[in-house]
Design a protein around this ligand. Structure first.
Ligand SMILES: Nc1nc2c(ncn2[C@@H]2O[C@H](COP(=O)(O)OP(=O)(O)OP(=O)(O)O)[C@@H](O)[C@H]2O)c(=O)[nH]1
Ligand SMILES: [Mg+2]
Ligand SMILES: [Zn+2]
Length: 327
């Protein structure tokens, strides 16, 4: 049963929830303006949301690409009725947004893509890495367009990476020459879901195409400004040869920390947040203020020292450099 959906990542946990008499189960593989594309056991269908969803304000309450849902056929229309419990949800929020926007759900790995010749920013990468790790995501790095730089440049970058102390799988790739693509391919396990994240024009869609060995999706020349053109405008989940599930997302213009930072502080360090309520000062940074309940908890061993250190790291790199103060 569900053989086709299993190829799309349906696992034992979901199986029970999927076996509904009333509804059928599917995975959201594409979100666009007019509706949702579902991978069902029998193939692809386009679905809509019932009217009651209109009352919903929180954007993350809506189906996201990667979501498992239950749907119903009603007079030739496919209606999404429920979102099944998410394993996780990657989301973004800018300061002026009232609500977070979902990026992708039920992810096994996030691949942060940067490209040579396009504003390579280690600090930013490190910050986003820290934020994602703090939220429990597995993160890998891809430096694409390695064909644009010399061996020497590349070694220098490897060295810089090591000095940042970021320990994770790192790939140097070129979709033009195919360099590094075999190694990258090995990162992706069948039936597991990975999201490609990165600025517009770094080559996310090109990587997906390279995994297919042919141009399946449109890519576009990056503009001279290095800003890219936002070629990809929808989020979609595709099954690449080898059986992994990749979510290609539209690049954010600047791929900045701003988008993640608001979400994470409290969420990623719940224990710190919990103790922080008892600090003497409301804006306590938990570093040197008197009457700091967080530091006390660390001293008492109630908060692990490593958690506290991660938190400080997070604060230093994420908060201080957040665009609010930079701009
Ligand atoms: N030199 C070089 N160019 C590349 C490489 N990979 C992609 N490109 C080019 O970079 C441009 C942008 O590639 P896309 O794959 O569309 O980038 P994207 O990250 O999907 O961009 P958005 O969809 O806008 O977020 C295209 O002109 C690609 O041909 C590479 O390895 N080397
Ligand atoms: Mg793209
Ligand atoms: Zn404190």
């Amino acid at each position: 049963m569900f053989n086709s959906l299993k190829e799309y990542g349906l696992d034992e946990n979901l199986l029970k929830e999927c076996s509904s008499e009333e509804f059928s189960c599917a995975r959201v593989v594409r979100v666009h303006h007019s509706g949702y594309e579902l991978q069902t056991e029998g193939g692809r269908v386009t679905a809509l949301l019932p009217g009651r969803w209109k009352r919903e304000k929180e954007l993350i309450a809506f189906p996201a690409v990667g979501d498992w849902i239950l749907y119903e056929e009603k007079s030739k229309t496919t209606l999404i009725q429920h979102i099944l419990q998410r394993k996780n949800l990657l989301k973004r929020k800018k300061r002026h947004w009232a609500y977070s926007k979902p990026i992708a759900a039920n992810i096994d790995g996030v691949v942060l893509v940067q490209a040579f010749g396009q504003d390579l920013n280690f600090r930013r990468m490190q910050r986003i890495f820290t934020l994602l790790i703090a939220q429990g995501f597995k993160v890998s790095f891809v430096f694409n367009k390695v064909d644009l730089v010399t061996e020497e440049d590349r070694n220098r970058i490897s060295q810089q990476l090591r000095s940042l102390g970021v320990e994770t799988d790192t790939f140097f790739t070129s979709t033009k020459t195919g360099e590094g693509m075999d190694e990258l391919q090995k990162l992706f396990f069948p039936r597991k879901t990975y999201t490609l994240l990165g600025s517009s024009g770094v080559g996310k869609t090109s990587i997906v195409n390279a995994l297919f060995g042919k141009e399946v999706f449109a890519t576009q020349e990056t503009m001279k400004t290095g800003k890219g053109k936002h070629t990809t405008t929808v989020r979609r989940l595709v099954r690449v040869p080898g059986g992994a599930l990749l979510i290609d997302t539209p690049g954010t213009r600047d791929f900045s920390i701003e988008e993640y930072v608001n979400e994470v502080g409290d969420e990623a360090f719940p224990l710190i947040h919990q103790y922080a309520q008892y600090c003497k000062f409301r804006d306590c940074t938990h570093q040197h203020e008197p009457g700091c309940a967080v530091r006390e908890a660390v001293e008492q061993g109630e908060i692990e020292k490593t958690v506290y250190e991660d938190y400080l790291h997070f604060i230093q790199h994420a908060i201080k450099n957040s665009p609010k103060q930079k701009r």
